[in-house]
Design a protein around this ligand. Structure first.
Ligand code: HEM
Length: 383
């Protein structure tokens, strides 16, 4: 439950060699200063569909799409179109929806059995219903896309043929979804992207439209759900912190940031990159041209030279510039949305059930292994 011991001392070297679940090796950048700079450095390419690049999974070409150029200038063009549709206004409009949804889910939880799994009661349904609303996806589709996304994100969970089935199934689902939305445009983000595509087809290709819809759907709930679940579990394990928040709910935003900083969802979400040339780091070591590179947000978030007492969970921490949403040209498009949902989930749960607590010792919470996210797979709570 505590921050993993392995993160201590990791920054003694600016660059460490790591073995990925596939068995391939990559280098991992450990220090905050380097990680932050390299997130914005075009000498690290995100186009990893090239020979010799390490694989995260031996059975799944996670996030590799040779038809998508994930580097500037193409990425800049596509990302600009997506962020334009992702307006602050759209997100603010979603707050009352997220609040009403959380309240309804907590009503259902109150009427249900105890203990209840917090993942299924709140952590997953909340972001799923919010992303459905944002993208304009019928919420009835959620059982279907959730199992396809689960397969899509398998690292070692499923054999290659089942991964392939999920990838194809998800793509086929998106083709149908986009066709039906095209026939009936609404005031949602996918409709906005379809309009961009159809009104000026040089700006967004059909494949790019599908790819970004897929990215938004996957990134839009899996990460947030995992963070709501594991972050809340950590908080419930620390009854003193729960009481502190309940005495002053203005602490919710800084508590949410601190739980993001010390996230224990497992694997680093920053995806793999490729060094197009030699890149020297702060201590003089060099990332060699052709290396596969991971920028470790977890390690950067524990950097003693940036965060005072980094292994302490301090829900009042100020200037918490953690790297959990990445930085630079790929900075998380959904960061504001995720923050809003995390705040709504945390505050609503603690207000509605003042005595909510884990039903098992924190050490007994099982991890969901073999997928891209390794948050707790079952979080039984009582109240
Ligand atoms: C707690 C929740 C979340 C976390 C921790 C998170 C984390 C991240 C990180 C670290 C990156 C950068 C990856 C890289 O540079 O390799 C990223 C990118 C991205 N995120 Fe999030 N994310 C979260 C929620 C969301 C949500 C809610 C959405 C959408 C609704 C979203 C959409 C995206 C997209 C589309 C990108 C790719 C941006 C690009 O390549 O330019 N994320 N996220």
């Amino acid at each position: 439950m505590e921050v993993p011991e392995g993160l201590r001392g990791l920054r003694e070297k600016a660059l460490v060699e790591v073995t990925l679940p596939s068995g391939d090796t990559a280098v991992m950048v450990t220090r905050y200063k380097d990680v932050r700079k390299l997130f914005a450095d075009e000498r690290l390419s995100k186009n990893i569909a090239r020979p010799g690049v390490a694989r995260i999974s031996a059975d799944n070409e996670l996030f590799v799409d040779p038809e998508i150029d994930a580097d500037p200038p193409d990425h800049t063009r596509m990302r600009g179109l997506v962020t334009k549709a992702f307006t602050a206004r759209r997100i603010e409009l979603l707050r009352p929806f997220a609040q009403a949804t959380a309240d309804e889910l907590l009503d259902q939880m109150a009427a249900g059995p105890r203990p209840t799994d917090l993942n299924e009661a709140l952590a997953f349904p909340l972001p799923i219903l919010v992303i459905c609303k944002l993208l304009g996806i019928p919420p009835e589709d959620r059982t279907k896309f959730r199992s396809l996304v689960d397969g899509f994100l398998s690292v070692t969970k499923l054999p290659p043929d089942e991964v392939e089935e999920s990838r194809k199934g998800l793509w086929a689902y998106l083709i149908d979804l986009i066709a039906s939305k095209r026939a009936n445009l609404g005031d949602d983000l996918i409709s906005a992207l379809i309009k961009v595509r159809d009104e000026d087809d040089n700006r967004l290709s059909e494949h790019e439209l599908h790819f970004w819809t897929q990215s938004l759907l996957i990134a839009g709930y899996v990460t947030t759900a995992s963070q709501i679940g594991t972050g809340t579990a950590v908080l419930l394990h620390r009854r003193d912190l729960v009481k502190e928040i309940q005495a002053d709910y203005s602490l919710v935003p800084s508590a949410v940031e601190e739980l993001l900083r010390t996230q224990i969802m497992g694997s680093s979400i920053g995806t793999l990159r490729y060094a197009v040339t030699d890149i020297p780091l702060s201590d003089g070591t060099v990332i060699k041209e052709g290396s596969s590179v991971l920028l470790s947000e977890e390690s950067a978030n524990m950097d003693e030279s940036v965060f005072t007492d980094p292994f302490r969970l301090d829900i009042r921490r100020e200037d918490n510039h953690h790297m959990t949403f990445g930085a630079g040209i790929h900075y998380c498009v959904g960061a504001a949305l995720a923050r809003m949902e995390l705040q709504v989930a945390t505050e609503s749960l603690l207000r509605r059930f003042p005595d909510v607590r884990l039903a098992v010792p924190a050490e007994d919470l099982p991890r969901g292994l073999g997928g891209f996210m390794e948050g707790f797979s079952d979080i039984p709570v009582v109240w």
